[in-house]
Write a protein that binds this ligand. Structure first.
Ligand SMILES: C=CC1=C(C)c2cc3[nH]c(cc4nc(cc5[nH]c(cc1n2)c(C)c5CCC(=O)O)C(CCC(=O)O)=C4C)c(C)c3C=C
Ligand SMILES: [Fe+2]
Ligand SMILES: [Fe+2]
Length: 351
């Protein structure tokens, strides 16, 4: 194999937890047509309205979780990069972020200038969504085309059901099951239902389905909610958690649209009211802890659960830089790197 760089791509964070940086980051993020999928004038209007109050609220949330060496998402992604480096035998291992720094553009340009010609590109999202996977791929292709970079991309597909990932995920949860607990909640990042309806052609596809067993392969390939449900079923089965002792929910709703359900906020109340005292929560839409896990679940969610009558909420860390996850990621990426170059598909256009 020729020199093949591994490029890990995650979502990104603001440069600092201060309002101007958070506002710039939110503007870049929310103006992405794969995230807020409205025609430009409407998107601009809606995002401008969100940018009146949200930057201050988000800045306060970022401030509360920020580490000495930066945003947890970035620091943990860097640590993963370091853990992967000695395992990847084919070339350099780099890290980029879809929003903020280090940008996809700066890293791809640097790789090309170093003489790299092949890049294994790994969007670090276990489940597929246009607002994460597609936009990460479209941005890399845009950069290559705009700067005429002599790079071939080999892309890691979503890996929610891959045994390598599932084993690493389950191993990260196992120690938390040793003490008695009442329930395990798997809280995934939410998504407007519309994002899924656009992709699933089958009108009878059920966006409320309590399990993934009846979902067709075609729908599963593009339905984020079904992939989340399948992720949870596989990990619960692997860990031997009985049905009824685990459930799925979706967090981080923004705006007034209908997002996929059940909402995590509602589930936290329901579980406390149903007598759950010691609740474990894991967040398998994320491979690195971030504002969504540490602040939304670890701080606000915990407070809400206890106010509703629960006793303890234990937030299980993401796979982060666990050696088993670094090894699994390398195995998944090696498989992709060994494939012949993929034909360039036309990316699906937003909105
Ligand atoms: C329309 C809004 C949003 C969609 C759709 C969305 C999808 C989505 N996001 C992630 C992963 C992450 N999101 C993070 C933060 C975050 N997400 C949104 C909005 C949407 N996300 C906002 C406004 C924010 C910023 C924080 C806030 O103000 O609440 C993060 C963490 C970033 C960090 O710096 O820590 C991640 C990771 C997924 C997986 C997803 C769809 C599947
Ligand atoms: Fe998000
Ligand atoms: Fe959030």
């Amino acid at each position: 194999m020729t020199t093949n760089a591994l490029l890990l791509a995650n979502l990104g964070s603001p440069d600092s937890p201060h309002v101007p940086d958070v506002k710039r980051y939110l503007n870049q993020f929310l103006m992405d047509p794969y995230v807020v999928d409205l025609p430009w004038p409407l998107r601009r209007l809606l995002v401008s309205l969100v940018l009146i109050k949200r930057p201050a609220a988000s800045a306060e949330a970022y401030e509360s979780i920020w580490w000495d060496d930066g945003s947890p998402l970035i620091v943990l992604s860097r640590r993963l990069q370091e853990a992967v480096r000695p395992l990847w035998r084919h070339g350099p291992v780099e890290l980029c972020m879809r929003y903020g720094e280090p940008s996809v553009e700066s890293v791809l340009k640097r790789l090309a200038s170093q003489g790299i010609r092949e890049v294994t590109y790994a969007p670090l999202y276990p489940q597929f969504a246009d607002s994460t996977t597609t936009t990460a791929i479209v941005e890399a292709r845009r950069v290559i085309e705009a700067h005429q970079l002599p790079l071939t991309l080999k892309i890691l597909p979503p890996f929610y059901d891959r045994p390598e990932y599932q084993a690493a995920l389950a191993a990260s949860v196992e120690p938390y099951l040793e003490e008695p607990y009442d329930h395990l909640l798997l809280s995934f990042h939410g998504l407007p239902e519309r994002h899924i309806r656009k992709l699933v052609k089958d009108r009878s596809h059920d966006l409320r389905a309590p399990d993934s067993s009846k979902v067709t392969a075609k729908a599963l390939a593009v339905c984020y909610r079904s992939q989340c449900q399948r992720t949870a079923e596989l990990v619960a089965r692997r860990l031997g958690i009985p049905d009824g002792k685990w459930s799925v929910s979706f967090q981080s709703r923004l705006g007034k649209d209908k997002w996929i359900e059940p909402y995590t906020e509602a589930r936290l109340d329901e579980l406390a009211k149903a007598g759950v005292k010691r609740l474990l929560v894991m967040c398998p839409a994320f491979v690195a802890d971030c504002i969504e896990t540490l602040e939304e679940i670890g701080d606000r969610g915990r407070e809400q659960f206890i106010e509703a009558g629960g006793r303890e909420l234990v937030l299980i860390p993401c796979v982060n830089d666990n050696p088993a996850w670094a090894q699994a990621l390398v195995e998944l990426c090696e498989e992709v790197a060994e494939l012949p170059p993929q034909p360039i598909e036309q990316p699906r256009m937003p909105a």
